[in-house]
Design a protein around this ligand. Sequence first.
Ligand SMILES: Cc1ncc(COP(=O)(O)O)c(C=O)c1O
Length: 368
Amino acid sequence: MIPMVDLKAQYQALKSGIDKRIQKVLDHGQFILGPEVYELEEQLADYVGVSHAITCANGTDALQLSLMALNIKPGDAVFCPTFTFVATAEAISLVGATPVFVDSDPDTFNICPIDLEKRIESTIRDKQLEPKVVIAVDLFGLPANYPALTQIAKQYNLKLVEDAAQGFGGEILGKRAGSFGDIATTSFFPAKPLGCYGDGGAIFTNDDQYAEIIRSLRVHGKGENKYDNIRVGMNSRLDTIQAAILLEKLNAFPEELSIRNSIADCYYKSLSAEIKSPYVPENFTSSWAQFSLLHPQRNDMIVSLRTQDVMCYSYYIKGIHQQKAYEEYVNGEYKIAEMLSECILSIPIYPYMERDEIDRVVEILNAL
Ligand SMILES: Cc1ncc(COP(=O)(O)O)c(C=O)c1O
């Protein structure tokens, strides 16, 4: 079976370095907030190009901690795409605010700035909620349209949060994912472009005050120490062993990213014209968390790939507005998101993919 991501192959390639780093943690025994956590935070901040990287337990907590730092509360409206993983909206609900779903751009699949503006205007007109934040998602590795989103956030006096759970490694004009907006977040879920061997996440910001609040929030709202509690916080720390694994994987990341890009190039060159390959705007770079194509016979493609031992998934078969848990927030139409959920298919892409595996995927798809 050709998997979506081959973590075993990656481990074999990086084994000696990863094993050494894990052993070092086992030897020093500082399993929570040990030295590797702070070393990783410095390296992440350097890589992304921001002043602060604060690790935490997962990408969902990273979003919740960001909204808590922005003081988002019941009665506040937080705009986010409907075509994303549920965690983006979940974090909004967890702080008691209201998600306002926005439709997608049909080419990039990211939040549509035109629809965003319409929904901000109608929220202002309704006077029920106070518009506060936009969360944009770097879907499948492609940064959202931050030039346009930054303008809109400024115009309406909203904070901008970048959900780079899938975007770590992407760029716009050389500026890296994780550096857009007021606060950005990422996930180190194992299958992500930079993943650990469990759950993990991080928050990025250039704002010293947000960074200080988030460092407190992740340890029970600590003041001087965790037994001095100056605000209501969470228990959301990255384990030292996960930080050690990530340090080794971050070393290999630039090389892995360039291999992901060359696999994407192979797909672009070889897939038939009837298959709509993902669109990457000029000056944008994707981290290729997923290679997601569009085809009206998507369901036939799934059957064909899986019966020939190639894994594939439809991210996402529903917009969040179509999920039962969020039905009370449906307001208006989401035509593009619904079209995407019917036609989208993600195919295998990972740095340890062999040429004959790429060819096999292409051959099956082109034969349809
Ligand atoms: C867009 C997006 N946001 C947030 C998350 C949440 O990350 P985690 O699974 O680490 O909580 C994910 C994870 O899949 C995601 O894809």
